[in-house]
Ligand binder design. Structure first.
Ligand code: FPP
Length: 240
């Protein structure tokens, strides 16, 4: 059973395995992403019901542009569909949606959809649901370093002002006031971070599962949280 008093404040998920799920069924990869979107919807609902503060999902990385034009445009079409079908429910449930990543390169209709979802939910105070889109951790850190260099050049800060906190505040997550993830879940048996939240994951707990993302259920999500709750987090200190 989950201990509701010790929930992870921020859960981040690497939703992996859509392609393999489709292949196993002799379906096109797009069918895997479509099923993945449905699984994501259920996890957002459960995270919101449980009272989790922040849920971040890795939907599209800066490296995913290497996939076929057809697959890439299919993923962005799904994003538009998700906003069209789910925005009302997100609003009813007091969910705030945000994007982590560089949206300027998104197709126009996808950009419009996310802008609408972000602006229409910005005053909500429940779950903050962050979609990492055209997101890459190295790019995020390079942007932060440039922001800091600019502040130094403008003589707004001195060398000794460059700290963990300043770096935090210059990341996409920092701009939005999102804390570091307590728990990172990756599905499909892969055990890599794949350029996801590399600065923020310094003390995160990792749970890996062999389940392919479209088969990942709210019940398994709860089991991952139970696993997290069984861990002994010391943040580099000693066991109390
Ligand atoms: C990884 O599976 C999944 C993705 C790159 C896309 C994630 C997208 C969704 C879950 C649905 C869409 C949701 C939104 C918000 C757009 P993979 O294709 O890498 O799987 P594979 O490793 O088995 O090939």
């Amino acid at each position: 059973m989950i201990d509701k008093n010790r929930l992870p404040g921020h859960v981040a998920v690497i939703m992996d395995g859509n392609g393999r799920w489709a292949k196993k069924r002799n379906l096109p990869r797009a069918a895997g992403h479509n099923a993945g979107m449905k699984a994501m919807r259920e996890i957002v609902r459960r995270a919101s019901d449980l009272g989790i503060g922040y849920l971040t999902v890795y939907a599209f990385s800066t490296e995913n542009w290497k996939r076929s034009v057809e697959e890439v445009s299919g993923i962005f079409k799904l994003l538009v569909m998700f906003v069209t079908s789910d925005l009302r429910e997100l609003k009813e449930n007091n969910v705030r949606m945000n994007i982590l990543g560089d949206c300027s390169k998104l197709p126009e209709d996808a950009k419009k959809s996310v802008e609408r979802a972000v602006s229409e939910t910005e005053s909500n105070t429940g779950l903050m649901f962050n979609v990492a889109l055209n997101y890459g951790s190295r790019e995020e850190m390079l942007n932060a370093v440039k922001e800091i260099a600019q502040k130094y050049k403008n003589e707004d800060i001195e060398l000794d002002d460059i700290s963990d906190e300043l770096m935090d505040s210059c990341l996409y997550t920092g701009h939005l006031g999102i804390p570091d993830p307590d728990l990172i879940i990756r599905t499909s048996g892969e055990k890599r971070l794949s350029n996801f939240l590399m600065w923020q994951a310094s003390y995160s707990e990792f749970v890996f599962t062999d389940t392919l993302w479209p088969d990942f259920t709210p019940e398994e999500f709860e089991r991952c949280i139970e696993e997290y709750q069984s861990r002994d987090r010391r943040f580099g200190g000693r066991r109390k």
